[in-house]
Design a protein around this ligand. Structure first.
Ligand code: ADP
Length: 268
């Protein structure tokens, strides 16, 4: 009887704990959704005044003003530009984390996206004597939203360029493995300390490394990338050594032959 009582007590305790966990989880979800909504609203509200500021700055571009006013206008213009990219990143973050937005995945060729991203970064790479190397099969079809895949790849490559030392190399590879496509972006740049590696995917996190802080940024890029990758059912990991370089590895679902056929015939 004592055993039965103890088992019963334990069962009741387990049920109560599970109920409490469920409640806690629901509260956390509600808070997260509130946070996303708040970020989305605030960044939307930034838009109108920013459009006003940027529009009038453009009007004043050719105005005949003295050097001091011109300097002030330049500072206002740079600051407004930073605010605009912050607002855009905040909106992208809220969108990437919105559980109500469904992923409308199509077969997208990652190799074509890599080529596009390389084109976008080639000027900056040439200016800094950086080599952009690609190792990929002719095609690697990923099941994803095109804009999301471009953001994932674009962000990782532009970070690799941004945090590289002049004259280094950035290696981008794509590989199809079983039912996944693996994208790897490796640089020989500043690297990320072990402590910072745990936080790089956190919103607004920027490493305290003074060399990295010299580069412009909002600390939102990798948070957006991680959420976007997860939305697509993928994973992202970082491996890095301070002063030696960093590798980001993303795994995304490959587009299966069936999905490719379905989307080609217009069904889903
Ligand atoms: P941002 O680049 O705008 O600061 P991210 O979210 O893209 O924001 O990156 C967060 C931080 O992670 C950066 O501030 C930087 O310290 C570090 N980081 C990201 N990518 C790299 C990289 N390839 N090499 C070194 N540090 C990096």
């Amino acid at each position: 009887a004592a055993d039965l009582g103890r088992d019963l007590g334990r069962a009741v305790f387990n049920v109560r704990t599970a109920e409490r966990d469920q409640q806690l989880l629901a509260e956390l979800r509600a808070l997260d959704s509130y946070k996303s909504q708040l970020i989305s609203t605030v960044s939307h509200e930034f838009k109108n005044p920013l459009t006003g500021i940027l529009g009038h700055l453009e009007l004043l571009e050719d105005a005949d003003v003295d050097a001091e006013v011109r300097r002030s206008l330049d500072v206002i213009s740079r600051s407004a530009g930073k605010l605009e990219s912050l607002a855009q990143d905040m909106l992208a973050l809220a969108r990437a984390g919105d559980p109500h937005r469904r992923v409308v995945a199509l077969p997208i060729d990652l190799v074509a996206v890599i080529d596009e991203v390389i084109d976008l970064n080639s000027l900056e790479a040439a200016r800094r004597g950086l080599r952009l190397e690609v190792d990929a099969p002719p095609k690697a079809l990923v099941s994803a939203e095109a804009a999301d895949l471009e953001r994932i790849c674009g962000n990782l490559v532009s970070n690799a360029v941004k945090y590289s030392r002049d004259g280094g190399a950035v290696a981008i590879s794509a590989r199809v493995e079983d039912s996944n496509v693996i994208l790897r972006v490796r640089d020989e740049g500043l690297g990320i300390s072990e402590k910072d590696q745990e936080q790089v995917f956190t919103e607004f996190f920027r490493s305290s490394n003074p060399e990295a802080l010299r580069m412009p940024g909002t600390g939102l890029g990798l948070a957006i990338v991680q959420r976007t990758v997860r939305r697509h059912g993928g994973t992202i990991a970082v491996a890095s050594e301070l002063g030696k370089g960093t590798t980001f590895t993303v795994t995304l679902p490959a587009a299966t032959a069936r999905a490719t056929r379905d989307s080609a015939s217009g069904t889903s």
